[in-house]
Write a protein that binds this ligand. Structure first.
Ligand code: ADP
Length: 363
């Protein structure tokens, strides 16, 4: 049995906006699933429908096999963490966390015991009696998590919960969140528009675009095997090259491009005779000084000149101008000494093995 099932779920708002359509998803117990997509693609609407804050207009939502579509939020086994945390500023940390338990008719001792345990777990015990508005962003984030978890939900729903934090704190809390999720074994459904967050945290990612699911897969799958043009453009930094006259043999597709014949793994969405895009991940490309590469066996070879280069930490970013027709990004490690000698204006060749290249349908 799944912890969460969405069967053909859709939402059309009363003004006619189709926010979500035909959403199918099955989530196993203890899975960490991220909804990823640009602003307005329907992530929050879907999360709110799972929580029960938004009525669904099509399909059904099941939690642990039970249809919850018409059950009010407080009776669903879910907790939701909002982007702004929605804490009561003038209540103490203890009162904020205990709030969710008030409807549960527990004895005073039972309630205090649960609140104490969770405050301890989140390192909040020293601030138990402080008002929520007298705490830092990171501490408020922890209170929101503690309040969501103290009711022991089957599913924790998180709506961009790290959005309000600065970059350093976000990294710290990301790690904590991942550890916490592992430790508790609770199913997490997480909404984000930041791909690094989705790729780093989740077991599976649902990539969404304009209210529809584009692809569901592990971070590696959506990163290395995009199924659609949207996913290839949205995830990672792929070079996208137009191709035509697709032919497929032994599982490898070949297309004609402005840069010659290129090969890659065809996504299941591509059809021979239709427009095709070649997607090459920036970090899967090899770069070498023009001429030097000729001795090496190389597939998908492209000639160009270095238009830009800059290093961030241990990653060297190049932008290669392909004969004035197109620019592509290439990322390599800064430990490669030969590459560190390359300068803007140098003539280079990039190439990529066909097993790292994906052919996706255009549009
Ligand atoms: P995301 O969370 O991916 O940014 P949302 O789920 O918030 O996207 O919104 C999806 C679409 O639904 C958007 O076009 C948004 O403008 C629209 N929308 C959201 N809430 C409402 C509402 N209450 N009434 C009408 N349209 C809405």
């Amino acid at each position: 049995m799944y912890d969460l099932e969405l069967n053909g779920v859709g939402k059309t708002y009363s003004d006619g906006t189709v926010a979500v359509a035909d959403f199918d998803l099955r989530v196993g117990k203890g899975e960490f699933v991220a909804f990823l997509g640009p602003s307005g693609c329907g992530k929050s609407t879907t999360l709110r429908m799972i929580a029960g804050f938004e009525e669904i207009t099509n399909g059904d939502i099941l939690i642990k096999g039970k249809n919850v579509s018409s059950i009010p939020p407080e009776r669903r086994p879910t907790s939701m963490i909002f982007q702004n945390y929605a804490l009561f500023p003038h209540m103490s940390v203890r009162q904020n966390i205990g709030f969710g338990l008030d409807v549960k008719h527990l004895s005073r001792t039972e309630k205090d015991g649960k609140v104490d345990r969770i405050m301890d777990m989140f390192g909040l015990t020293p601030f138990a009696d402080r008002k929520a508005d007298k705490l830092s962003g990171g501490q408020r984030q922890r209170i929101a998590l503690a309040r969501g978890l103290v009711v022991e939900p089957d599913i924790l729903l998180l709506d961009e919960p790290l959005g309000a934090l600065d970059a350093n704190l976000r990294r710290v809390i990301q790690n904590e969140l991942k550890l916490l999720q592992r430790e508790l074994g609770i199913t997490f459904v997480f909404v984000t528009h930041a791909q690094s967050e989705a790729l780093g945290l989740s077991d599976r990612i649902v990539v969404m675009n304009r209210g529809r699911v584009e692809q569901i897969g592990t971070p590696h799958e959506v990163y290395a095997n995009p199924k659609t043009e949207f996913v290839a453009r949205f995830i990672g930094s792929n070079a996208i090259i137009e191709g035509q006259n697709l032919s497929i043999a032994d599982g490898i597709g070949a297309v004609d491009t402005a840069f010659g014949r290129m090969r890659g793994r065809p996504a299941e969405t591509v059809r021979t005779g239709e427009g095709v895009l070649v997607a090459i991940p920036a970090e899967a490309m090899r770069i070498s000084r023009r001429g030097a590469a000729d001795a090496l066996p190389a597939e998908n070879r492209l000639n160009g000149t270095i238009a830009m280069r800059h290093a961030v930490g241990s990653v060297q970013h190049f932008q290669i101008d392909l004969d004035g027709r197109q620019r592509v990004d290439v990322e390599t490690s800064t430990d490669n000494r030969d590459l560190m000698q390359l300068a803007v204006g140098d003539a280079v060749t990039v190439d990529c093995p066909s097993e790292n290249v994906t052919l996706v349908a255009r549009g």
